[in-house]
Design a protein around this ligand. Structure first.
Ligand code: ZN
Length: 203
C-alpha cells in the first residue's frame, strides 16, 4: 500500500468555505427583516453566495434570498434550468425592480421558507431589474415568465415580504396558524402541511 507515502490532498479554501445552511421557516421573525444593500463584493459576499447556492441546490429550490439563511444582505441566487439541463446558477446582488408591466400573470408559487404550501399569486408579467453580478458589475435585464415571477418573489424577500402577503387574509391566517402550531409541536415545520387536506397540495 502506498497510502502513507502520498501527501494527503488538502481541500482548497474555496471548497472548504462552502457549507449548507439552515433555511429559516415561517413564522421566524427574521423573514420580515429588510436586508441591507451590498456595498462591495468582497470575500464575505462570495462565501455567502457559495453557501446560498449549495443550500438552494440541496433543498432543492430554484431561488433563494440571503435572509432565508438568516443573513440580512441583498443577495439572491437562482437556477431556473430544467432537470435535464446543465446547472445554470445566477446571482443577483442588490436586485431592484425599476419597471413593471401593467399586464399581469398568475403562477402557483411556493417558498422554501413556507414548505409544502402553494398558492396562486398574481404579479406583473414582465419586469426590468437592476442588479450587480458576482463580479460587482452592474446590469439591467428585462424578464418575463418564470424568471419575472422568481425575481419578484426573491426581491420581495430582501424587503421582508412573503408571497402569502398577496393571498387573502383568511388563507394567510390559516397558513400562519398551521406553521405556528408545528413550531410549538417542535416539528421541523417542514411537516406543517403534511397531514393537510389534499386541496392544499400541489398537482
Ligand atoms: Zn421564498
Amino acid at each position: 500500500m502506498v497510502t502513507g507515502s502520498i501527501d494527503p490532498r488538502r481541500p482548497t479554501p474555496y471548497i472548504a468555505s462552502m457549507a449548507k445552511r439552515e433555511i429559516l421557516i415561517l413564522p421566524d421573525p427574521k423573514l420580515r427583516v429588510k436586508s441591507e444593500p451590498v456595498t462591495a463584493v468582497d470575500a464575505s459576499v462570495r462565501a455567502l453566495i457559495d453557501d446560498m447556492l449549495e443550500t438552494m441546490y440541496d433543498a432543492p429550490g430554484i431561488g433563494l434570498a440571503a435572509i432565508q439563511i438568516g443573513v440580512p444582505r441583498c443577495v439572491v441566487t437562482m437556477d431556473l434550468a430544467k432537470k435535464d439541463e446543465p446547472k445554470a446558477p445566477q446571482v443577483f446582488i442588490n436586485p431592484e425592480v425599476v419597471w413593471s408591466s401593467d399586464e399581469k400573470s398568475t403562477y402557483e408559487e411556493g417558498c422554501l421558507s413556507i414548505p409544502e404550501y402553494y398558492e396562486e399569486v398574481e404579479r406583473p408579467a414582465a419586469v426590468k431589474v437592476k442588479y450587480m453580478d458576482a463580479d460587482g458589475k452592474s446590469h439591467e435585464i428585462e424578464a418575463d415568465g418564470l424568471l419575472a415571477t422568481c425575481l419578484q418573489h426573491e426581491i420581495d424577500h430582501t424587503n421582508g415580504v412573503l408571497f402569502i402577503d398577496y393571498i387573502s387574509k383568511l388563507k394567510r391566517d390559516r397558513v400562519m396558524k398551521k406553521f405556528k402550531k408545528a413550531q410549538k409541536r417542535g416539528e421541523t415545520t417542514r411537516d406543517a402541511y403534511k397531514e393537510d387536506t389534499p386541496e392544499h397540495r400541489i398537482g
